[in-house]
Structures are given as C-alpha cells and as structure tokens.
Design a binder for this molecule. Structure first.
Ligand SMILES: Nc1ncnc2c1ncn2[C@@H]1O[C@H](COP(=O)(O)OP(=O)(O)OP(=O)(O)O)[C@@H](O)[C@H]1O
Length: 698
C-alpha cells in the first residue's frame, strides 16, 4: 500500500514549483477535482472550485494517464485518506520537482516513492520532512480557502503553488517527547491539535501533571534529530526506502548514524573510535561517586539501642560524631560533644554541638545567636539555633549547625590530632593548599566582621575540612554565648581573629600543634618552606609589618588579591569539572523514568479487576519488548548482557523513531513487527491508564 501511494503522490503536477501548469489556472478545467476522486463529490463545485467535476470525462484518461494508474484510484477510494496523505503527495512531488523542474511526470527514471522520507529542496533553503506512518489515523482533509491559508506561516513558495480548494496545511512530523515541543507549537499550532489524538501521547496529555515527563532533551550531538526529522539514508525501515531492497547492496550498508541517541558530551578517551563509548563515560567518575555515596551512607547512619536520648527538642536519631571519648574543656571552657541528628520539622540532618554542664544565667546570651544566622558564607558552618536542654540529665547548651558528612578537622588532617587518623603519615602542606585555606578563611572573616561579629575561635580542631581543600569555620557563635559577659570590644575581638588566623597559618605550615610555643622557631621553619609573600602575610596577621599600622580584614584581603584571583580561578575550574561530570549522568535520569514507566506496566498482576491486563493488547507488545531488550540469548544460548543494546533500545523508544523491530513471543509461536513509535505510544497510553483515578465500586 505504501508503495502504491507513490504514484498518485506524483501526479499532482499542478502544484509543482517548476511546472508550467502551475503558473495559471487555465488547465484546471481539464483536471479532475481531487475531492471527487476521494469523496465522490466536491462541496465547492458550485462555490468556485476551478477543477473539473465530471469523472466520466476522465474514465478514458484513467487507462492511459501516467499519473492516474488503477492503483492510485484504489488508494484514493480509501475512506481514511487524510490531509496528511495529501501532504505526502505534495511533499513528494516537491521533492522530485525540485530536483528537476523540467520533469513533469513519471517515467522509468523517476525516483522511487519514499513515503516516510521526503525531502524538499529549494534554492534558498533546505528542508526535510518525514511523515508519520500513522497518517491513516490523522484528521480528515478539510479544504481551506486561500485567505485562511495566507494567514499561516507556510513558506511563500507553497502559497504560490496552492490552489484554493486543495490547500493543505503544512505537515508537521511526529514530535517525540524529547523534542522541543514549544517550537512545534509556534510553527504549526493546528497540527499539534491533530497529533494529540494520534500518535504523541505526550502532547495529548500536555495539560495533565505527569511526574515522568522529562524536560526536552536534545537527542544527539552531530546528526541529531530536530523537530524536522532528518531523513536517513540508512534507515532500517525498508518501506522508507521506497521498497528498494535495503540489503541488496552490501557496499551501501552503513550504521544508522541518526540513532546514536545516547550522546552525553563528556571526557573523551584517546584510544577509542569517535563513535565508541566506555561504560564509565556514562556515569560519574568512580571516585567521585564513591565519595558521594559514602557521604550519603554516613548521613543515613543510625545507632540503634544507643544510650543517647531519643529526642532532643525536635531532633531525633542522634549519632555521636566525635570518636574520642575524652572530656576536653580547653576550647569552650565546657566539655563539648557533637552529634548528627535529624530534624522532625524539616527532615534535614544537622550537627548538634552540646556543651555539657552549661547553665544559662542571661537570656541575652543565647539571643546573640540570632546575629549569626545572618552570616551566610561558604567558609562558615552555618549556625541555625541554640537552646538549653536537660534531656542529657544535666544542664546542656545545644547549638544546631549544618551537618557536613565525613568531614575532618584540620587538626586531624594536618596535625595528626585525634584518634582516627593518627596512624596516617602527616605530610607537608603544599603552598597552594595553604593559600587556598588562607583565602577561604579571609572570606569567612570578611563575612563575619562585616556583620559586626568576631569568629573568636580560629584553630585547627575547630575548622572543618568538608571536601578536598574546602574548609569551614566550625565554632562560630559559641563563644558569644558562653562568654557573653566578656568586656572586650568587638574591634578588639576582630583584631584577635587576625592574630589567631596568623597563628593558624604558622601551625599548619609547621605540621605541629605546639609550634607557637616557640615563635622564632616557627617563623624560621616557615621562611624555609614557603614563599616570602605567604610568610609576610602570616607576619602581618600576627602583629603588622610596621608598628601602629591599621589592621583589618579588608586590608589583608587587598594584600592577597593575586592569590584570591587564583583561588577564584581554581573554583571555576572545579565548577567546570563538576559540570562535565554532571553531563555524563545527564541522560540517565531520563532513562530511569522511562524504565520506571515500563515496569509499572510490565507484568502488572491486575488492573481494574483484569488479571490479563498486562498481557493483552498493546501491553503484550511492551512485554515482548522487555524480552527483546533484556532477555535476548545469543547464538550460543548465552544471555546477552550488553548495556549498549539496552541503552540504544531505550533511547529509540524514548525518541519514538520509525525503526521497526521484530518481537517474538517466548513460545516462538507469534512474531510481530512493530516500530518504536508504536511502542512509545503503547507505553504512553498504558501508563496514562494507570494514572487515571480508579473507579470505586459501591
Ligand atoms: N558540623 C559538623 N558536621 C559534621 N561533622 C562534624 C561537624 N562538626 C564536627 N564534626 C565532626 O566531629 C568531630 C569532632 O569535632 P570537634 O569539634 O569536637 O573536634 P575535636 O577534635 O573532638 O575537638 P574537641 O577535643 O575540642 O572536642 C570532627 O572530627 C568532625 O568529624
């Protein structure tokens, strides 16, 4: 049937761009009106239709007319012929006429008809259009007037060639879910409407909430399918090649380039061909994935049967984070403990720092935490709240802070302090790493000081290393509550921050927690190991290079601006790296959604009291498709476990392409040839059925 479509498609020479017949209407009376051919009569016969409405006059011609073969008559008598088919003819004709404007009709040299791969080339633009094989179910053809036609965005060349009674809206191809449907709507709104009822379930359900509808994704890089689908000379669809034997010439055979749909842009291996992919290219780098998964596992860790309170205010599931069980009151003046806990208010995880035995004497003290909530800086562990509690059987002060899973303190990382990492060999901190710490702490202090606050504690056990070279001050706000009655001015405290900052740099540079006991030795060591700029920066922080010199964090930041720029550049590089890593995973979410839909339908034991629902109708194809994707056996009867095959099939399904596949039932008694477009439609409609609210039985 598709092959027979070709001949009538080519007979519409009156719309040919190159045909002299098109130039005027003088030959219209000699041409049988198509409405008569298709519908038996023309509604516009008495309303100005210029064509001839007497079929008997043409019966003789039918025998000889090279365009009006008997096949064409049979075709046109099919009641379901629609404007889509009309367009097929028009487009096909345009394709052939543009190649040779002088050719008026078919002869033995005429190219074979290609129903689903049609192209039209004019001198100014190149345009390729494919036709949905579901053309038969498209809306019936409705003649339009010239005036309405002229309102459309149809290219002018077609307006010239159109006739008032036979004008056809420009056909828009099937638009898979992954295409930018907004563009389609803009270009041909009328066609979207007609597609809704036909092949594209996504468009049909456009108004409904569907958690599985993914954002439009370009399908591929070079050679990708745009909303005007490119014709592929390598299509697997034999009918698309006009019935020519696709495999007759092996030399012509090439891979279907159009279908390399799984094309995340990512790092490229040198030793593989351009079209090849490593499995690793499709996922996050292993070490990064492992790091994230470990962090997730640490976040979700629980401690069953612990002796800790079940609830501390609205926090529950406490897990201690400090692994040394020694009471240490040197920093805050009270022994401190830290726990991971989950909030029952928002479900997030927090770090709770508890100061044991703290008695609140002044309400104002705890209110000072409010000011810390305004400090929003990437190098400060955010403080959320503070409250007192008796659930630990004492009077405790609790600070609620951001939880950073699997973080270490700088002391654990560089000074071998703390049980966990004592066996690790402590290495010299490279200058670049130290500069990175310096710039981050400078940024933290800038944010703190400009809020009229002081960090008050800048020391290695209270700075968290939350990722590679990423640090955060971790004890902010605590001293403001604990030592609320202190008489020191804020300027004084901010100066002290600078001194503490300088000491931290020297301590880390020396890899020794006690180096500051011998200031001279610390400086000597530092001068040998690091650049003069870093040494001078540390000296400036400690006491200023000149006496009575004004010192504040802004001046310091000006002094290290070149380092700030290089830190900023490193941050941008990291950002690029993360974006590239993210790109690798880009398509995976889409495929997970697709798989989820498929599995909602496949093997469903019952739907609306029908135990056979998932085995019947279009669901049966989906079941066989599942077998085709996942349960194939090779010639040696080994299971085919090929991720490439799975990804290719799923991507083709997602795109709903025309390629046909053979599905065979498990008992090998039935065999179906379906294309991905039909499978996609089946999946969409089956899933939409599941989304329907269930009918309640009374
Ligand atoms: N906000 C946080 N998020 C995640 N983990 C944290 C957080 N704060 C601290 N930790 C973890 O708790 C551990 C102990 O922190 P803490 O500040 O008590 O250090 P410490 O070395 O035990 O100091 P001290 O001897 O003063 O208690 C750290 O190693 C860190 O892994």
């Amino acid at each position: 049937m598709m092959a027979s479509l070709g001949k009538p498609a080519l007979d519409d020479s009156r719309r040919s761009m190159g045909s002299p017949k098109l130039k005027g209407r003088e030959n219209a009376k000699d041409t049988l009106c198509r409405n008569v051919t298709i519908y038996g009569k023309c509604r516009y016969e008495d309303k100005g239709c210029a064509f001839n409405h007497d079929p008997t006059k043409f019966s003789a011609m039918h025998q000889t007319d090279r365009f009006g073969s008997p096949e064409s008559t049979a075709l046109f008598s099919v009641g379901e012929v629609s404007w889509v088919i009309a367009s097929i003819r028009e487009l096909t004709y345009m394709g052939s006429s543009s190649n040779s404007s002088s050719k008026k009709g078919l002869n033995v040299d005429s190219p074979s008809f290609t129903p689903s791969l049609l192209s039209t080339n004019d001198t100014s633009s190149k345009k390729t259009t494919t036709i949905s094989p579901k053309a038969a179910s498209a809306a019936p053809f409705l003649p339009k007037s010239v005036t309405s036609r002229s309102n459309t965005s149809t290219p002018s060349i077609r307006q010239e060639t159109a006739t008032p009674d036979w004008s056809v809206p420009e056909i828009q191809d099937f638009v898979p879910q992954s295409f930018d449907t907004s563009q389609v709507v803009r270009k041909a709104p009328a066609i979207i409407v007609s597609l809704q009822g036909t092949s594209n379930g996504v468009l049909a359900s456009a108004g409904a909430y569907d958690p599985f509808v993914t954002t439009p994704t370009p399908l591929a890089t070079p050679g990708s399918v745009t909303h005007q689908v490119q014709t592929s000379p390598f299509s697997h669809d034999a009918t698309a090649l006009g019935g020519t034997a696709f495999f007759s010439s092996q030399t012509n055979f090439q891979q279907p380039v159009q279908y390399h749909l799984y094309a995340p842009i990512g790092p490229h291996s040198q030793n593989i061909m351009g079209y090849q992919r490593n499995v690793h290219d499709l996922f996050l780098p292993n070490n990064f994935r492992e790091e994230l998964q470990k962090k997730a596992a640490a976040t979700l860790q629980t401690l069953p049967n612990s002796s800790l309170p079940a609830h501390v205010d609205h926090f529950h599931s406490l897990v201690p984070l400090d692994l040394t069980h020694q009471k240490n009151a040197t920093i805050f003046g009270y022994p401190s403990w830290i726990y991971k806990a989950q909030s029952s208010k928002d479900g997030n995880y927090y770090a709770l720092r508890r100061l044991e035995g703290f008695r609140l004497t002044n309400e104002k003290a705890i209110r000072s935490v409010q000011a810390w909530k305004r400090v929003c800086n990437g190098s400060v562990v955010t403080v959320h709240d503070a409250f007192t509690t008796r659930v630990f059987q004492d009077s405790s002060l609790i600070f609620v802070m951001d939880y950073h899973p699997l973080s270490k303190t700088l002391a654990e990382q560089h000074l071998a302090v703390g049980n966990r990492f004592q066996t690790r060999h402590i290495t010299h901190v490279p200058e670049q790493v130290l500069w990175s710490y310096v710039t981050q702490i400078a940024s933290a202090l800038k944010a703190i000081h400009s809020n009229g606050l002081a960090a008050r504690i800048i020391e290695p056990t209270k700075i968290l290393l939350t990722a590679r070279n990423r640090i955060r001050l971790n004890s902010c706000a605590i001293m403001d509550v604990v030592q609320h009655d202190t008489q020191r001015s804020i300027t004084d405290l901010q100066h002290q921050d600078l001194v503490n900052f300088g000491q931290l740099i020297l301590t880390l540079g020396a890899n020794s927690p006690n180096i500051m006991h011998n200031h001279g030795k610390a400086m000597d060591h530092f001068a040998r190991a690091y650049s003069p700029q870093l040494k001078n920066s540390a000296l400036w922080l400690l006491n200023g290079l000149q006496k009575d010199q004004e010192r504040n964090i802004d001046i310091f930041i000006n002094g290290i601006s070149s380092q700030l720029i290089s830190s900023f550049d490193s941050a941008l590089h990291l950002d690029d790296q993360l974006t590239s890593d993210l790109n690798r995973e880009l398509e995976n979410g889409r495929l997970v959604r697709l798989l989820t839909k498929l599995n909602f339908v496949n093997e469903r034991p019952e739907y609306e009291h029908d135990r056979q629902w998932s085995e019947n109708g279009e669901r049966y194809f989906l079941k066989l498709f599942r077998d085709y994707v996942f349960h194939q056996m090779d010639a040696q009867n080994n299971p085919v476990v090929d991720l490439g095959h799975v990804l290719t099939c799923l991507n083709k399904l997602d795109a709903g392409i025309d390629e046909k596949i053979t599905l065979i039932s498990r008992d090998e008694q039935s065999c179906f040839i379906v294309n991905y477009k039909e499978l996609k439609k089946a999946l969409e409609s089956s899933f939409q059925a599941l989304m329907k609210p269930t009918r309640r039985l009374h």
